[in-house]
Ligand binder design. Structure first.
Ligand code: PRT
Ligand code: ZN
Length: 297
C-alpha cells in the first residue's frame, strides 16, 4: 500500500462494541469523513486525516506495519498483542478514552472452592488472551494449561474443552448464565487511543499532536460539569473546602440582606448526589449542575 506522507491514518473498529463511540469521538474532534463504496477507507474532509474501518484485532498490526499511525482498541487487545512472543507491535497507549470498559477475569465453576492463584495449578483454562493470561500465571508462579479459543469461551467448561475460563466481563451476566464465578481480575480495560513511534522529522507529527489536543479537549468536556450555588458568608470557606476537583471557583457577592455569595465552578470529576448533599449540609443552597458543551483553555 502506498502511503501519502502528508496524510494521517487512524484505524477504528468497523462494527462492534467500540465502533459507535469511536466514531462519535472523532466527530467531536471535528473530523468528518467521506465514506467510500467498500466502507473500509474513508477520506477525511476537514483535516488530512483518513479513517480505516477494520477488525479491532488487526489494528495493532496495521500500526506496527506503518499502514496507519493511530488507532482505537480495547486495552485488552493492545496489551495482548504487545505481549506476543515474536515481532510484537510497538504500541504506545496515548489516551484512555473512557468507554468500552470491561475487565479480563478468570472464572471458575460456581461450586469450585477457590482460595487463590495456586488453585489454578495444573488446570485447563480457555481464553482468547493467551499472552495476557500466560503473563499473569507466570507472575503468580502458577503453571496451568492454556487452551486458546477465538470465541464462545464461556461455554468451554460445559463442552469439556477446559475447566476454567479467562474472558472479558462487563456486567457479569454471561458468567452467571453459564454457572461460572469471577475469581481474579487480571486486567482493567477500556478503549484506548494507541499510536506507533513517530519518526523524527515526520511532518505528520504536528497533525498527530493537534488531534491529541482535540481528544484531550473532548475528554475534559465530557468529564466537566458547571456547578452553581449560593452560600452565606459565614459558610463560604467550609463549602469551598468541599468542592470537587476543578477550576478556580468564581465567587460573586449577591445583592440583598446579609452577606450572601453566588459561586460558580467548573468541576473535573463527577458531581453526584452525595457531593451535592454534603455541600448543602455545609450551607450551600440552590445547587445547580449543568453540562459543559465546549471548552477552550
Ligand atoms: O469483529 P471484531 O474482531 O472487530 O470484534 P470483536 O468481536 O473482537 O470485539 P467486540 O466488538 O465484541 O469487543 C470490542 C472490545 O469491546 C473488546 O476488545 C473490549 O475491549 C470491549 N468490551 C467491553 C467487551 C465487553 N465490554 C464485553 N462484555 N468485549 C467483549 N465483551 C463480551 C465478553 O467477551 C463476554 O462474551 O461480552 C460478554 C460478557 O459480557 P457481560 O456483560 O455478560 O459480563
Ligand atoms: Zn476482535
Amino acid at each position: 500500500m502506498t502511503r501519502p506522507r502528508d496524510r494521517l491514518r487512524i484505524a477504528i473498529q468497523k462494527s462492534g462494541r467500540l465502533s459507535e463511540k469511536s466514531q462519535e469521538l472523532l466527530a467531536s474532534c471535528g473530523l468528518k469523513f467521506r465514506q467510500s463504496r467498500d466502507k473500509l477507507f474513508c477520506f477525511g474532509e476537514t483535516l488530512p486525516v483518513d479513517l480505516l474501518l477494520v477488525r479491532d484485532d488487526d489494528i495493532p498490526g496495521l500500526i506496527h506495519q506503518g499502514v496507519c499511525e493511530l488507532g482505537i482498541v480495547g486495552r485488552n487487545v493492545a496489551r495482548e498483542q504487545t505481549l506476543a512472543p515474536s515481532d510484537a507491535p510497538v504500541l504506545e497507549e496515548l489516551r484512555d478514552l473512557g468507554f468500552g470498559r470491561c475487565r479480563l477475569s478468570i472464572a471458575v465453576p460456581q461450586e469450585d472452592d477457590y482460595t487463590g492463584p495456586e488453585t489454578l495449578a495444573g488446570r485447563r483454562i480457555a481464553t482468547s488472551y493467551p499472552n495476557l493470561l500466560g503473563d499473569w500465571l507466570r507472575r503468580h508462579g502458577v503453571s496451568a494449561e492454556i487452551v486458546v479459543l477465538n470465541g464462545s469461551v464461556e461455554i468451554a467448561p460445559r463442552l469439556g474443552t477446559a475447566e476454567l475460563i479467562c474472558d472479558l466481563v462487563s456486567t457479569g451476566g454471561t458468567l452467571a448464565a453459564n454457572q461460572l464465578k469471577e475469581v481474579e481480575n487480571i486486567l482493567d480495560s477500556q478503549a484506548v487511543l494507541v499510536g506507533g513511534a513517530v519518526e523524527p522529522g515526520d511532518e505528520r507529527a504536528d497533525l498527530r499532536e493537534l488531534l491529541l489536543r482535540r481528544v484531550d479537549g473532548v475528554i475534559r468536556v465530557r468529564e466537566s460539569k458547571l456547578l452553581m450555588f449560593q452560600v452565606g458568608g459565614a459558610d463560604l470557606d467550609a463549602v469551598l473546602a468541599l468542592l470537587p476537583r476543578g477550576g478556580e471557583p468564581m465567587v460573586a457577592m449577591l445583592a440583598g440582606e446579609g452577606p450572601r455569595h453566588a459561586v460558580q465552578v467548573v468541576c473535573h470529576e463527577p458531581v453526584g448526589w452525595p457531593q451535592l448533599e454534603n455541600l448543602k449540609k455545609a450551607g450551600a443552597s440552590q445547587l445547580l449542575v449543568l453540562p459543559v458543551e465546549q471548552m477552550l483553555q
